[in-house]
Design a binder for this molecule. Structure first.
Ligand SMILES: [Zn+2]
Length: 444
């Protein structure tokens, strides 16, 4: 590091003042007068390395012991100094100052500056500190170095103590113990490695187990899904079945109610409703008979006879009774009786044409025959049930009113319409009693 050199031209004086500045604070320096007389030994000492190995012998001074005086005041260079430190030494170190003249003063000063500059460079090269330094900066540098030194010494002390402590600590254990301990540690390491390997194997096994169980879980989940879907299907079916069952239950209830109603119902009563309308006896609302004031049509009378024949026929069938002499043939409004003695003889229970001049003996015979059948039925019932009787006694085509002991013929011939109608009404009443008795016998 080259020292900075300030050149200045003083006005009127052709002389050069060369000064150095402090490398830290840049203050101009005034060199100590001792620098003016620098002998070669001092230069050599300064130029040589500050620290050298113990074995290394301090080199011989390469500079001759001649003194050189560069006093700026006398302007005379008295000594010839040849630097011989190394063969490769810069030729600038070789210098010869001769003669005494006005310009030799300048040369001498230039030479001195060069020497000082080199000196400061050497010093800078030996340490981290650039030279030259002023007195104050040197003091502060020295203070800093002192502190650094103290810190380093403290550290050294600390390290020394630590080393001693360590030596003391390890001093108790001999090599055999350590070897044994090492052996034990190796064994432990080996067993730990084995344990680790077994753990790894176990981990692998557990991983496989986990995989398998995951698969199983997936399977179960699939199955669950399938079961749920099946469950839904069955549940829906169940609901439908329950609906159906409720419907069937309702139907059953309705049917049972109907059955009960029908059980209570008398089939003959329901089928053959015998009642009366004024002087007429009626069966299923068909009037049987005729009055001069009420001219009932043949159609109605025929229909009424048809119902009447069917009723007696049904009652006999229910009693499993067969009439003697006649067979009842229910045939709507063309019903008739068949004579059992003469198969070809039909006795019609229906009429037609003008009533007043109706003169059909067969119709009369049929009505008498029907009354005979009813009488037979009565006698048949009386065989089993002594208490049974009909309100109007019947005999030979006549029916008697027990209250007045008057008999009324069932024939039209030689009879009034009123009597005929009354006789028919009594006959229907008897039939109604017979019906009631049969119904009571077959209730269940
Ligand atoms: Zn300074």
């Amino acid at each position: 590091m080259m020292a900075q050199v300030i050149d200045s031209q003083r006005s009127g004086v052709a002389s050069t003042h060369v000064s150095f500045i402090c490398q830290r604070c840049c203050a101009p320096l005034k060199l100590d007068p001792s620098f003016n007389s620098l002998d070669s030994q001092t230069y050599s000492d300064l130029a040589s390395p500050l620290i050298r190995s113990m074995s290394e012998k301090p080199p011989e001074s390469s500079i001759p012991c001649d003194q050189f005086d560069v006093n700026k005041d006398d302007n005379v260079a008295r000594k010839e100094i040849i630097t011989q430190r190394t063969s490769s030494q810069d030729s600038s170190h070789e210098f010869t100052i001769l003669g005494e003249a006005g310009n030799t003063q300048v040369e001498a000063r230039s030479y001195a500056c060069k020497i000082w500059g080199q000196l400061f460079d050497i010093m800078s090269g030996h340490s981290d500190v650039d030279h030259p330094l002023c007195e104050e900066c040197t003091d502060s540098l020295l203070d800093g170095l002192d502190i650094q030194l103290k810190t380093t010494e403290d550290e050294l002390k600390h390290y020394t103590e630590s080393l001693a402590q360590l030596k003391e600590d390890n001093g108790g254990e001999d090599e055999a113990t350590l070897t044994k301990e090492l052996e034990e540690l190796r064994l432990e390491e080996k067993s730990l490695i084995e344990e680790l390997q077994s753990m790894e194997a176990e981990k692998e096994k557990i991983k496989e187990d986990t995989e398998r169980q995951k698969e199983e879980l997936q399977k179960y989940e699939d199955e669950e899904k399938r079961y749920w879907s099946e469950y839904s299907v069955y549940k829906r079916q169940l609901l439908e079945m329950e609906d159906e069952q409720r419907s069937v239950d309702n139907q059953l209830k309705y049917a049972q109610a109907q059955l009960e109603k029908l059980t209570r119902t008398n089939v003959f009563n329901a089928t053959f409703h015998i009642w009366h309308s004024g002087h007429f006896g009626t069966i299923n609302n068909f009037r049987l008979g005729r009055l001069p004031s009420v001219p009932v049509e043949w159609n109605e009378i025929n229909a009424a006879w048809g119902q009447t024949v069917l009723l007696l026929h049904s009652l006999a069938k229910k009693m499993q009774y067969k009439f003697q002499r006649y067979r009842l043939v229910p045939y709507g409004n063309h019903s008739f009786l068949e004579s059992l003695t003469d198969r070809n003889k039909e006795l019609p229970l229906h009429g037609s044409g003008g009533f007043r001049f109706f003169w059909d003996t067969k119709f009369d015979q049929a009505m008498v025959a029907f009354l005979d059948c009813l009488q037979q039925f009565k006698e048949e019932v009386e065989k089993g049930d002594k208490g049974f009787c009909l309100p109007y006694p019947m005999i030979n085509g006549k029916i008697e009113d027990p209250s007045t002991k008057t008999s009324f013929s069932i024939k039209i011939q030689f009879n009034s319409e009123e009597h005929w109608t009354k006789a028919l009404k009594f006959m229907l009443t008897n039939l109604k009693w017979a019906l009631a008795w049969v119904s009571s016998q077959f209730k269940k």
